[in-house]
Design a protein around this ligand. Structure first.
Ligand code: PLP
Length: 436
């Protein structure tokens, strides 16, 4: 049996496959695993109680308009129309975007949306009788590992190394923040020569918990408009849901911005629901892709979200429960890390949002891929940083092999044990080398 080039590309070992495999294996393992690796959201009782109530209502509701009736039919390829109506109303109510149903499409998770968008705006283009290859520009590496292989062919991503700014967090030293290197970005040969099809960033950023400032976003927006390419903003952790964002920021949308939302990080990753807000032409393209790839997107997530959008409970839960929960976990994990490695050359990316901490072990004597293997042997899973430097894989960039991502979505005990293992292992490595 032989696979096509497409088959070969999608069956080779990818970073996202390693991550999802680890996640599945950890959940099914009979030995205890400190799962600080995956992207699963926390199970928060107060939030789960609300979903439970909605499940019960859906099961009882037998009037033909909602409930099980809802999932007894396909939706249109655009997605469940009641949910789309509720979303239009929700966004106009909170942000005055003045959007209509033509501006929204649903997908089977936002991962599905990125696959569509990256292949709509990156890859081979016919222009003036010639074929031109365009990439997706990630203005700030590191970026979400799930983007890395979400394209059919070619060198698909182009990115720029960050500027590293040392900073404080809650009056403590030992933190840093990545900033977009706009000088490098503006002078990027691929951008100047029209080889970029779209700009994309996650905000808050997975893996770092960085939040691009409003000024940085406005600057990216201007570049996108200047080159007549869309700006794709991955809002999986952003406002208004799940709103895991601690810095002062605003959310902007207009016709040249493609905003992607997800129900995953509000605690519903299994319903696989992504939401795209974009120009009607983009929404139409998503409908076409949905029809071919999925017939129609799943309606279950839409059925759960609709009542919670109508009465704003999704937003209230995000503001009052989800966001404070992760901020508390971030602070707890930072305290543990400082206890373990406070006297070692560890720096933590300033936590501004998302569900991870990003640690930088400067001059670590092993790569973080090797550190990952060592920790895995001891039952603690993290994600090695090198997978996240998409578009810079071929650069000699030592920083990319000195960082790890750890999830803070786990319970206190798992965080305590996992961080203890990381502390012991990293201390040993530095002590053997005495490089600091
Ligand atoms: N974008 C970011 C930044 C993510 O972290 C994730 C998942 O972890 C996704 C997109 C994909 O989310 P989903 O497909 O579950 O909506």
């Amino acid at each position: 049996m032989q696979f096509s080039k497409f088959g070969q590309k999608f069956t080779r070992r990818s970073g996202i496959l390693q991550l999802m495999d680890d996640l599945g294996n950890a959940l099914n393992s009979d030995r205890p695993i400190n799962m600080l690796g995956g992207g699963n959201p926390a199970r928060i009782n107060e939030v789960n109680t609300v979903y439970h109530e909605i499940f019960q209502q859906l099961a009882l509701d037998n009037d033909g308009a909602s409930g099980l009736e809802n999932i007894g039919n396909y939706s249109s390829p655009q997605g469940d129309s009641k949910c789309i109506e509720a979303l239009v109303d929700f966004f106009n109510r909170h942000y005055q975007w003045n959007i209509t149903k033509e501006n929204i499409a649903l997908t089977n998770g936002s991962q599905n949306a990125f696959f569509y968008l990256f292949n709509l705006f990156g890859g081979a283009f016919e222009q003036d009788g010639q074929t031109k290859n365009k990439s997706i520009l990630l203005p700030l590496a590191p970026e979400y590992v799930g983007y890395a292989d979400a394209h059919i062919e070619g060198q698909h991503f182009c990115s720029v190394a960050p500027q590293i700014q040392l900073t404080e967090y809650q009056e403590q030293e030992g933190f840093f923040k990545y900033r977009v290197d706009f000088e490098a970005l503006e002078n990027l040969p691929e951008l100047k020569s029209g080889q970029i099809g779209a700009i994309c960033c996650s905000r808050p950023t997975n893996p770092t918990g960085n939040v691009l400032t409003d000024d940085e976003m406005a600057h990216l927006d201007r570049i996108a408009q200047r080159y007549d390419i869309p700006l794709i903003i991955d809002n999986a952790y952003g406002m208004p849901f799940p709103n895991i964002i601690y810095s002062n920021t605003t959310l902007t949308w207009h016709d040249n911005i493609i905003l992607c939302f997800s129900l995953s990080k509000v605690g519903l990753p299994g319903v696989r629901t992504g939401i795209i807000v974009a120009h009607p032409k983009v929404v139409h393209a998503i409908n076409c892709l949905n029809a071919i790839v999925n017939l129609a997107p799943t309606r279950f997530g839409a059925a759960i979200a609709t009542p919670l959008l109508k009465d704003d409970r999704l937003k209230t839960l995000s503001d009052q429960v989800i966001k404070p929960f992760y901020q508390k976990q971030a602070n707890f994990a930072i305290d543990l890390l400082k206890q373990q490695l406070g006297n070692y050359p560890m720096k933590i990316h300033k936590p501004e949002g998302a569900i991870f901490l990003w640690l930088w072990f400067e001059h670590l004597p092993v790569t973080t891929q090797q550190l990952y293997e060592m920790l895995k042997q001891q039952g603690t899973l993290i994600i090695p940083g090198e997978h996240f430097f998409i578009g810079l894989e071929h650069e000699n960039y030592p920083h990319s092999k000195e960082c790890i991502r750890l999830s803070i979505a786990q319970d206190d005990e798992t965080l305590r044990k996992g961080i203890q293992t990381i502390g012991t292992t990293v201390r040993q490595l530095y002590d053997q080398e005495q490089t600091f």
